[in-house]
Structure formats: structure tokens, C-alpha cells
Design a protein around this ligand. Sequence first.
Ligand SMILES: [Zn+2]
Length: 499
Amino acid sequence: MKKHKINFFLFFIILYSFSGFSQVGNFPLSKYHLKISEDNLRIVEVKASIVAQEPYLEMNPWGIPPEIKEGWAKFVDIKSISDENGHAINYNWNNVSKKWELEIAKNSKINLIYQVRLSHDNYNWDAGGGIDGRPTVWADNTIFWTTAGLFVYSGDEISKKTEITFDVPENWKVSTAWVKLSDLKFAAKNIDELVHNLLMIGRHEERLVKLDNMSITIATPSNFKHRIDLIQQSLEKVLPAYKDIFGELPTANYLVCASKNTIQDGEAYTNSFHQMFLDKDLEYNKMVWANTLAHEMFHYWNGTNFLYSDDYEGNYWFSEGFTNYYSSLTLLRTGIISEEDYLRFLAFQFSRINASQALSKEKISLVAAGKKKIDNWHFIYGGGTTMAFILDVKIRTITKGQRSLDDFMKVLYSKYGKLGKPISLEIQIEELNHLTNSDFRPFFNKYITGKTSALEVILSACDKAGLAVSYFQSEFYLTARKDKINSIYRSIIKPLKSE
Ligand SMILES: [Zn+2]
């Protein structure tokens, strides 16, 4: 299953922007030094000097199965906590708050020594989001970490910059999502970047994809390095297409961890994702692996970083659906998949929403379905993708081809995402209205917050777009009309201006 975690720091960003937190930027640099030796790849020795913003130490609460009561702290042994002058600070673990309570004043400088044991892979991680988010050592001695499991920190001071250095055996690589200061020294720009990302450490393969000011590191363990070219080529096509959709690329570092597994899955973090591949017939099943790659990458803009809603769950139809719409469309626009594959994919999305609506005993809206994502998986993904297609056709129809859903994404990115402002349903409606000089509220009332069957509006959008639909119960088949060379469908799938 494709998924991503709640970006809980967004909450704090919003909180601080209202509380006028005065100390933003006043904190000295936090420093973490991580040592891993060849004798035991499963032990990380950490030395840190940080400002304890609060009189406690904590770890990221996300991405760990709830049955591990202590959270990530279960795998951490604190060796010592001392003040600036080297005097020991008393502390104790609070099992309720899941924090180490310290006998210090707020904003004290402290030195911290602890050890982390990598034994997470002894646990079933299904309830923690799946094994794509579980630290492990791969067969070829490449170490995979989610940073949530490594960093003990204090407070959520969002502008707190952190420097991370590694001490690893000679010729080892450390692949991170952070800004690289030197081979083994990195900078994270805030706590979110520090504790909600991935790391690959060892003698793995690494590639760099660069476009404008965006740098993507691809890291694969050696048993999958024969696929790194393919992943690199795919991202080199996808990235310029995303630049076209959003208007520009952000100045950012990003990490893609790609590994070989017996299952296919992907998980996105603040500026990294991990994708697990079946190393079989990759040339034939691009619709699955390339779409997952493009999907997780698109989440960087939509869902995990720039575009988000205060109603996180209610926005799944948008964050997952629009991501799905654009990942598949981008694969076609860039020639990674065929038109036949694309139409099969789109028809499947229509089947998903139609079957969900026709077969469910209790009718539910797309927004409400987000509260139970697992139960409404097909409805949210299929329905969200379908709505993106319908809205694209509508915008192009109303504006006589002058505007498209790409323009809508550009507006959301430049007016909200880039500025860290959430996009509510109201804002989405308002911006659509503004873009097209029409009223999308009735459409949203019916199909997004309402429970009206989408069948009719799917058929009419296909008709307007120049797609022939044949359907029977939940089966949908799409064919591009041969007599409509300049159809809306043709303009949707046309390659963008990509450099
Ligand atoms: Zn997703």
C-alpha cells in the first residue's frame, strides 16, 4: 500500500505562527555525532550537544507499531546527560508521556550520549506502516534507518538547525535527505527534516539527479544496483514534468531509497521516500513500479511537504487522488508508459469509484471516507483520481483550453504550498472559481462533500474529452476517439514544455 504519515510538525508551524514564539532563530546549532563500526552494524553510538527547549527529551512518535509501548525509545539506551560544565543531569523515563524527564530549566544546553540498537526488524511492522519504514540491515551489509529511530531531541523549535556528522568505516557512504556539507557531514534545516526522513549507510550504490536547485540522491543496496540506471532515467524524465506542473522546482535535497524485496510498497517522508521493488520483469510492469516512484515523488509537493490541509484525513481524496492522477499522466507525458497502459489505468480508477459507490451499503462522501482510509482505499484513490480527471476536463472546457488542472496546481503551489499555508476545501473551490470564472461549489457539494454517484459525471467528462467509454457494472473500458484529433484528452496527455 502506498501511504505517508501525518506531517505532525505542520501543526507546530501553525501553532507558532499564532503564538508569536519569540525565540525562533536564537538557538545555537544542535550537533549529533553518530558512530557505526564494522564489528556491529546494529549499534549506533550517538553523542549530541543540543539545547533542551523543554525539560524533557523525546523521539518522533510516528511510524512505529502501537504495541511497542515505549515507541522508538525502546531501542535507545541513554548513557549520560550532562550540562555545559560536565555535571550529570538527573533524568527518568516517563512511561505515560513517553519522554525522558530532565531536572533542568527550559532552554538549557546539554550534552547527551546514547546508544541505539537496531533490532526493529525482529518486530512485525504492519501496524507501524509496513516494512518499508522499518530500520534493517540488508543482506549485503547496507544499513537502512528511518531517522525517527535515531534522534533524541527536545522541543519542536522549528527553525532549529542541526549538524549531523558520521563516523563510519573507510569507504562507506552515508546517503541522506539533508544538505551535504562534506562526505560525512550534513545539515538538517529543522527538526522535521531531522526526525522524519531516511538514511542509507554502507557500501551501497549512489546516484545524483540534479535539476535547477533540486538534488535527488538515489541510493540502492548492492543487490539492486543493476536497477539504479533505470530509476535514475525515470526520475530524470519525471522531474522536469513536475517542474512544468508546479511552475518551478524548490531548492531542496531529496533522497530516494530503492531496495529489492518480495513485496512492492513505498513510503514518503519529509524529503525522502523508500520504494521496495520486485526485481522481476521491470520492463513490463512500469505501470506499477514507475507509477509508485512517480507517486511518492509527487507527494513531496502534494501531501507531505507543500500542499496540505488542516483536515489531513478529509483531504486524502486530493492528496492521494491528485497524486495518482499526475503520477500516471506524467508517465504517459514523458513516454515511460504507453497510452494503452494509461487508459487501462484511468478506466480502473473509474471502476474503483463506481464499484465503491454502487456496492456500498452506506453511502459516504469522499471527504468523510478519508476518516477510514483503509476501509475506503479504492474509493479514495479511485475517486480522487477520477475527480482530478473530471476537474481537468471541466477547467479545459469552461476556459476553452486556456486553462487546465496544471494551472490549478501552479496556483495552489505558489499561493499556498510555497508559503506554508494550508489548502482547505474552501480555498480549492475559491481558486477553481477564480481560475475559470465560474462556480465549482455545486460540483463539490455533490461529489466531494456529497454522496452523489459519479457515474453520470464520469460519462459526460469522457464524452467532452473525446474518450469513448464502454461499461458494464463495475467494468470500464476507454478508447481515444480516432475522429477527435484535437480533443481535450489529446491536450491533457500532450507532453509539457519540459526542458
Ligand atoms: Zn500516496
